[in-house]
Design a protein around this ligand. Structure first.
Ligand SMILES: Cc1ncc(COP(=O)(O)OP(=O)(O)O)c(N)n1
Ligand SMILES: Cc1ncsc1CCOP(=O)(O)O
Length: 414
């Protein structure tokens, strides 16, 4: 929002003529650094025209106070009062940002949707580089809403993103002023601990199975080591029968090995284990934790894969913030009970319906991997396999053999 009465009036007129999918208003009047950016004359047009049209308004404490005629706002109870009072002006949702709440270690924001209050906490990042945080938060909310997120999810993702960007840029120096801007490009910089998700990681996707490991006397860690040795490009721990504490220990041990080899490690279904072990992400099914909730819990940097059998599910996965799709069973499988087979045609339909990279799964091995990759759809990036690698005595040899077949199939395709 630009801070001039004329512009606010023109904007409101345009919004009446051309309604938008969602209107996010950051009522820029006082910057994060405390500078006045607009005079009191703008308040009437905010209150009377713009706020009643807004899906959400995101004032900081000083702006909330100004919108309410200068009431002091110093506690979380005050912020709740302000959120309700601003909601009464007309916006559907209000987020009062408590970045400069006195005596608070956490950065606490209060979200109010007209029925319930939510206190959203994140750690306070001590940095002079806070220019642009409010605009970034509001823009991220808008971007999430455009992707189809619910309002509260969008706000949570935005808050996480701002926290991560502030933390990433807390020590950089830009210019000679006492305050600097935050750096939004953390995802593109190489200094973050894990490299960003690369769809080509899906090429040979090894998915573990505790029953198979038990049958062959392999520990999870040994099985993962062997798969990486054979050339697996990504690992998923799909451990349906282990205790949570054993799962967590195994995940931490596997993560060490995966990090050394630059191979991403994902956890099947268990967001809690992924969070506790700091694994690179999760793979979730249609009846697991919804992907948009997983995204809020895991933050913007973790990898999220979603199982999809239909174009509708694939479209939803995209809207929910998934990074890739696992699609199958392409062929019948004994590894997953009662799993519907979608065939090569079903796989192709899912691939063509989505912008996301896809990995095929289900009954895939040496004899049919080439037929799968030969489908020739650009976003089909690889195959995910369980029994072909892990229901075998020598996991590394089997992985190597499959890798050769996959490499051969890409040569043929090119
Ligand atoms: C890469 C990949 N794709 C699909 C699945 C299946 O996941 P889900 O539907 O959650 O079923 P379970 O694996 O939990 O039985 C997968 N695990 N990996
Ligand atoms: C987990 C899963 N999801 C769809 S099929 C399948 C099992 C794949 O196992 P396998 O590679 O042994 O057929």
């Amino acid at each position: 929002m630009l801070p001039s009465t004329g512009i606010v009036k023109t904007l409101c007129q345009s919004l009446k003529e051309f309604p938008v999918q969602a209107l996010v208003v950051d009522p820029v009047m006082v910057s994060t650094s405390g500078h006045m950016l607009a005079g009191p004359s703008i308040l009437d047009s905010f209150r009377e025209e713009l706020l009643p049209m807004a899906d959400i308004v995101t004032p900081n404490l000083k702006e909330a106070s100004a919108l309410l005629g200068g009431v002091p706002l110093e506690t979380i109870a005050d912020m709740r009062f302000a959120a309700k009072a601003i909601h009464d002006i007309g916006p559907r949702n209000v987020l009062v940002k408590g970045g400069d709440l006195p005596a608070s270690l956490d950065a606490v924001d209060v979200f109010y949707d007209g029925n319930d209050f939510y206190e959203l906490r994140s750690s306070r990042i001590m940095t002079p580089n806070t220019h642009g945080t409010g605009c970034t938060l509001a823009s991220t909310v808008a971007a999430e809403l455009a992707k189809g997120s619910q309002m509260l999810s969008a706000v949570k993702v935005a808050k996480r993103y701002v926290e991560a960007a502030l933390s990433y840029s807390k020590n950089i120096t830009i210019g000679g002023g006492c305050q600097g801007p935050m750096d939004h490009l953390l995802k593109l910089k190489s200094t973050v601990q894990r490299r960003p998700f690369d769809p080509s990681d899906l090429f040979l996707y090894a998915v573990t199975d505790s029953r198979m490991n038990k049958k062959w006397g392999h520990s999870i860690v040994d099985a993962v080591k062997a798969a990486i040795e054979g050339g697996a490009t990504i690992i998923q721990l799909r451990e349906k029968e282990v205790e949570t504490s054993d799962f967590l220990e195994a995940a931490k041990a596997c993560l060490k090995i995966c990090r050394v080899h630059g191979v991403p490690l994902l956890i099947n279904d268990r967001i809690d284990v992924a969070l506790a072990s700091d694994a690179d992400g999760v793979h979730i099914g249609q009846s697991d934790m919804p992907a948009q909730v997983a995204r809020v819990l895991l933050g913007p940097d973790k990898i999220i894969g979603v199982s999809c059998k239909t174009p509708e599910q694939a479209k939803q996965a995209w809207r929910n913030g998934a990074d890739y799709i696992g699609s199958g069973g392409v062929y019948p499988t004994n590894t997953k009970e009662n799993n519907k087979t979608i065939g090569l045609d079903g796989l192709k339909t899912v691939c063509l319906s989505s912008k996301l990279p896809v990995v095929a799964i289900g009954g895939i091995g040496i004899s049919n991997a080439q037929a799968v990759m030969g489908l020739g759809v650009p976003n089909l990036k690889g195959v995910a396999v369980v029994s072909t690698l892990f229901d075998r005595e020598c996991v590394s040899t089997e992985t190597r053999k499959l890798l050769e077949v996959l490499k051969e199939s890409t040569k043929i395709a090119n």
